[in-house]
Structure formats: structure tokens, C-alpha cells
Design a protein around this ligand. Structure first.
Ligand SMILES: [Zn+2]
Length: 312
């Protein structure tokens, strides 16, 4: 009996603590959303672009600094016109300005930062084409601009920044098998290591997007055959290779959600366009993280295991 009580206590404890964490996260994204919407109201820059800049910087700087809910770190040169950080109560000569009305332009204040970034973007105009140019002049990196614009399109479509659902890339009813093969040696194309997980399945088994994101790449690649690349809102590039074909209505720039069918399992690749059957049919699935400077691959196997468990 005592033992049973313990289990009850533990279960209640786990449910409570689990809920508190989830609530704290909801609370934070609600606060962020309010700030994005407020910035839109005063700058006319649609909230999803402000949110996408914040989301992008979240991958560059990890978590927001103490006492903040947004992750954007502004360059002092942009803020005050000098490379040194200046005091909040000195009026800056750059883009830094006072968003929350406390008479200070504080480079560590969420509202001041969003207001300043919003004003900067607005100086180029409020259309996507204008915002693209403003972002390019701010970040000077094509992939960064593209990622922010794509993330904004995802936020716009789903009207939220809390997009945590995931799916397993092949239907669980299908016959498939996979194991951890990270770092195995490859035969084709010289000395390479295996950067991904192979999910073996029959020709034609549907391949699904595992995540919310945007189709960034679609076409032939000598190693990957017919392949699709999807970048998610966490600046992770999901790579689906050796496909037999693509879903008819899928094109670069499309917003996708977990479970959307993007193609079918095949054995394409290892030669010029159309080469197929040089190995058993399988989906090669790879994940690449970008941090604004570099891109590196990491092992998708543990994630696949988790999504497989989560999928119905
Ligand atoms: Zn592979």
C-alpha cells in the first residue's frame, strides 16, 4: 500500500512539474507574440518578419539573455553609430531608440530593440521585397535573409510561433527498417562518411515532411539523386534523398507542415540524372544546423526514434 501511495505521489508530481514547464514556455511565447504585434502596430512591419528575425537570432545566440524574452543581439555600431556599447540614457546616433517609453534607448531591452529593428526595416518599406533588401544590408548573408523570409512565411501561414509538432518521415504502417549508421564509411564519390540515417522501405512508400518549414531545394544531386531540402524555423536543413519521385504539387518556396507528403521512397542517385537501382531503395535522411556562420551535420537517429514513438 505504501508503495502504491508513492507511485501516486510521483505521478502527480511529474504531471504537475511537466505542466509548469509547458505553461512557462506558453507564457513566454505569449509575451513574445504581444511584443511582435505591438511592434507591427507602431512600425507597420508585419509581425511575422519581426518574429522571424527573433527566431533566427535564437539559433545564433541560443537563449535570450537574463530578463529578456527576445533573443536579438544588436550590434553597437547599428545601435549607437560607434563600435562601443554606450549608456542607455545617452541618445544614440544610430538606429537605437526608446520603444517602451522610459526615456532610454537600452540595447538590452526587448521593446527598445524590436522598435529599433522595426524602424530600420520600415525605412526600406513594408513589402517583402523591401524587407529583403533591409535584411541583406543588416546581415550581409544570402542564406540568412532567405531563412528569415521563409520563417516569416511559416509564421504567417500558421499564425503562431509555437510550432513544435513533428512526424516520422515514412508511414508507421509501411514496412521499413533503420538503424544508427552515423559516420559509416561510404563507397561512392571518394572518402566520405555517412551523414544521416537510411530508412529502408519499398519503392513508392510515401515520404513525409518531419517538420514545419519551407522547401529550399528540389532536384537532382549526383550523390542524393532526386532530393528535397526543407529548412525549419530552427534553421535546421532536413535532407531527403534517393527519392523515386516528388509530390506533384511540391515546389521550392512552399510552406510545409509535419506529415505533408513530399515524394516517394526510391533508389535514385550515384550518377547522372535519372540513375537508379544502384542500391536497395531507401530514404536517406540528413539534418544540418546553420548558425549564421557555419553549417554542420548531426545525427538524426535519436530524433527519428522520438518522432517514431510520437507518431500514430
Ligand atoms: Zn544514407
Amino acid at each position: 500500500m505504501k508503495y502504491l501511495n508513492w507511485i501516486c505521489f510521483l505521478t502527480v508530481f511529474l504531471i504537475l512539474t511537466g505542466n509548469t514547464t509547458a505553461l512557462a514556455k506558453d507564457d513566454e511565447s505569449l509575451k513574445r507574440m504581444n511584443l511582435y504585434k505591438k511592434t507591427e502596430a507602431v512600425t507597420e512591419i508585419p509581425w511575422e518578419y519581426i518574429a522571424a528575425v527573433d527566431q533566427y537570432e535564437r539559433q545564433v545566440y541560443d537563449d535570450p539573455s537574463e530578463g529578456r524574452v527576445t533573443a536579438i543581439q544588436v550590434d553597437p555600431l547599428f545601435w549607437s553609430g560607434t563600435p562601443e556599447k554606450i549608456q542607455a540614457d545617452i541618445f544614440p546616433e544610430g538606429w537605437g531608440s526608446d520603444g517602451d517609453g522610459d526615456g532610454k534607448a537600452d540595447i538590452e531591452n526587448d521593446e527598445d530593440i524590436l522598435w529599433s529593428i522595426g524602424n530600420y526595416l520600415k525605412s526600406y518599406g513594408t513589402k517583402e521585397e523591401d524587407i529583403k533588401i533591409a535584411l541583406w544590408n543588416y546581415y550581409k548573408r544570402d542564406l540568412t535573409v532567405q531563412t528569415i523570409i521563409n520563417t516569416a512565411n511559416v509564421f504567417k501561414k500558421f499564425q503562431t510561433v509555437s510550432l513544435t509538432d513533428r512526424d516520422f518521415p515514412v508511414p508507421k504502417q509501411a514496412n521499413y527498417s533503420y538503424r544508427s549508421t552515423w559516420g559509416d564509411a561510404r563507397g561512392f564519390g571518394g572518402r566520405r562518411i555517412h551523414e544521416g540515417t537510411d530508412i529502408f522501405a519499398n519503392y513508392g512508400v510515401p515520404v513525409k515532411s518531419t517538420t514545419y518549414g519551407v522547401i529550399e531545394m528540389k532536384g537532382w544531386n549526383r550523390f542524393g539523386g532526386w532530393r528535397i531540402g526543407i529548412r525549419d524555423i530552427y534553421n535546421i536543413y532536413h535532407y531527403y534523398a534517393h527519392l523515386q519521385n516528388f509530390s506533384e504539387d511540391i515546389k521550392v518556396g512552399d510552406v510545409v507542415k509535419p506529415g505533408d507528403v513530399i515524394g516517394a521512397v526510391g533508389a535514385s542517385g550515384y550518377g547522372p540524372p535519372g540513375t537508379s537501382g544502384k542500391f536497395p531503395p531507401h530514404l536517406h535522411y540528413g539534418m544540418y544546423q546553420d548558425n549564421g556562420k557555419n553549417e554542420w551535420s548531426f545525427d538524426p537517429y535519436p530524433y527519428l526514434k522520438r518522432w517514431e514513438k510520437m507518431a500514430e
